[in-house]
Design a protein around this ligand. Structure first.
Ligand SMILES: Cc1ncc(C[n+]2csc(CCOP(=O)(O)OP(=O)(O)O)c2C)c(N)n1
Length: 556
């Protein structure tokens, strides 16, 4: 039996375990679209409105399920639109395969219509970029792409598909299944060294992050940290990877890092970093641990040898996956109970913030949501000051998940929420969006409507690009430029896409509106009227401006 390259690709993806895909069609990959005609229920194609949305969905799907998110986009403009999701998957360590159309091999290199050299363009953005020039090598390259996306530190792979390769007939059979993915385990000497270093510490800290945690691995780490009474900090936007209700959980090392978390990282004499990619946010601009040799002792555990020693020379490096490592640990004891207890107290205190100025007070809203949301809720967000609410004012129990981009990409929250609904239709999914953030991808409401994957969206509508306005007021006070927004009526917009929609203009109206959103079978958009003054939980816009003007005056 022969089949063309497009059909071989689709049958191979099904054999590998792919069940959902996201994309925008293009004439460059018609053979793939034709093969997808017959795969409903086996490999569904979620039809998106913009490749940026599609790539965000695939990236979020990979992050949430651990199985590579599949994205199909057309050549040139489709691929460049998708690049935001590829970059985000890389920074998030999310497994993803992006299939991109390519001009025929007979005209490559001539700058043909929409031609791009994908290896050059995505070579440094993706984990791997490759082109399949000959259909006889399709299954080999797709198998390697699948393994590459998942192994070590997961990430995105871009695979270009020349048009003539996709339409070429072959008698090559589809792949039978994937290669196994191995999680490296620590040897007993390494575990003994960890024990010895911890025994000599007086202020130990566990820093966790990254992908690939299993429930068993998370439970094992929690048991170790609790029985050893060692505080646990989550790296930037990985606070859903450790039970926040545990007395050892003490906060997130991320943007807007709380003072006690900064102090913990700075003052710890031993940091046990498990599955962490040391990013700018987690290290507060690389200031809390000095590069390349921190003053704190550092044990760096990672599944990928490319992460250990990348930025910091550790006291002890261990190439191991997080679950295998957590299961191998044996509890230790030390005189650090006060250190852990004080950190937990500071974490608990961080939920107390003053009443916010303006119509809807997010301190009250999030306090209510902490009680009302189901334990397996999935929260999503893009970028903006509003992200402080899902990121710092929610407690993630063992089943709750956060989809928040390490790349700080605006517009991620809505597509991520749609992908979460595609993956888990029965779970409650709540997207937090700023008014600016929402408008980066609000056209994907159409994708949600068509796919029947409609989340609840909270638009925190303050009429400004608040984050940039905050930077502006701090650096160039009282000189507003390029940060004021004139918005459409989000309620009308959402209704046009078939969503239930309401404007919430008073804090007291939020609980009932949210209950109606939960009860809606077609998702919901709640447009929350937020004052631009409520720019951060503890400093208003005017206070920010006044402080900057005062210091300008003092300098003059
Ligand atoms: C794709 C993208 N473009 C621009 C930025 C820069 N940026 C970061 S936050 C922000 C403003 C976000 O505004 P909004 O969504 O309204 O939220 P707010 O900060 O007002 O809460 C901008 C423009 C970005 N992070 N990502």
């Amino acid at each position: 039996m022969t089949r063309n390259g497009g059909r071989l690709l689709v049958e191979t993806l099904i054999a590998l375990g792919a069940r959902k895909s996201f994309g925008v069609p293009g004439e460059s990959y018609l053979a793939v679209l034709d093969a997808l005609h017959d795969t409903r229920g086996k490999l569904d194609f979620v039809l998106c409105r913009n490749e940026g949305g599609a790539a965000f969905m695939a990236s979020a799907y990979g992050k949430l399920t651990g199985s590579p998110g599949i994205c199909f986009v057309t050549r040139g403009p489709g691929a460049t639109n998708a690049s935001i999701g590829i970059h985000t998957a890389m920074q998030d360590s999310s497994p993803m395969l992006v299939f991109v159309g390519q001009v025929g091999t007979d005209m490559k290199g001539r700058e043909a219509f929409q031609e791009i050299d994908y290896r050059a363009v995505f070579g440094t953005v993706a984990k791997w970029a490759v082109e399949i020039d000959d259909v006889s090598r399709l299954t080999e390259i797709v198998a390697r792409a699948w393994t590459t996306a998942l192994a070590g530190r997961p990430g995105p792979v871009v695979i270009a598909l020349p048009e003539d390769m996709l339409s070429a007939e072959t008698d090559l059979p589809p792949l039978r299944g994937p290669s196994p993915i191995f999680e490296p385990a620590p040897d007993s000497d390494a575990i003994a060294s960890v024990g010895a270093l911890l025994a000599g510490a007086s202020k130990p800290l566990i820093l966790i992050g990254g992908a690939n945690w299993t429930e068993a691995g998370r439970t094992a780490l929690q048991a170790f940290a609790e029985s050893s009474d060692i505080p646990v900090v989550a790296a930037f936007r990985f606070q859903d990877q450790f039970n926040n209700h545990s007395p050892v959980f003490v906060g997130e090392a991320g943007v807007g890092m709380l003072a006690h978390v900064k102090a913990l990282l700075r003052d710890a004499d031993l940091i046990l970093a498990i599955n962490v990619r040391f990013g700018e946010m987690t290290t507060d601009g690389y200031s809390l641990l000095s590069v390349p040799e921190p003053t704190q002792k550092l044990i760096h555990v990672h599944a990928s040898d490319r992460e250990i020693g990348k930025i910091y020379v550790p006291t002890l490096g261990i190439q191991a996956g997080p679950n295998a490592f957590a299961k191998a640990l044996t509890p230790v004891s030390g005189k650090w109970a006060d250190w852990r207890a004080a950190a937990r107290e500071a974490y608990e205190a961080s939920f107390n913030a003053p009443t916010q100025p303006g119509p809807v007070d997010m301190v009250a809203v999030t306090a209510w949501l902490r009680e009302a949301l189901p334990p397996d809720v999935i929260l999503t967000n893009g970028a903006g000051n509003f992200t402080v609410w899902p990121n710092k004012f929610f407690k993630f129990g063992p089943e709750a998940r956060l989809l928040a981009p390490q790349s700080g990409a605006m517009g991620y929250g809505l597509p991520a929420a749609i992908a979460a609904k595609v993956a888990f239709p029965e779970r409650t999914v709540v997207c937090f969006a700023g008014d600016g953030d929402f408008q980066m991808n609000c056209q994907e409401l159409g994708t949600a409507m068509q796919a029947g994957a409609q989340p609840i969206v909270l638009v925190l509508n303050n009429g400004i690009y608040g984050t940039i306005r905050a930077h502006q007021e701090r650096n160039y006070p009282a000189r507003v430029s390029g940060t004021e927004l004139e918005n459409p009526d989000f309620v009308t917009l959402a209704r046009a896409y078939g969503f239930h929609a309401e404007r919430v203009e008073r804090t007291a109206d939020f609980p009932a509106a949210f209950q109606r959103a939960l009860a809606s079978s077609k998702g919901a958009v709640l447009d929350l009227t937020i004052s631009p003054e409520a720019l951060t939980p503890r400093q208003t816009l005017s206070q920010m401006r006044d402080a900057a003007l005062a210091s300008q005056k003092a300098r003059a």
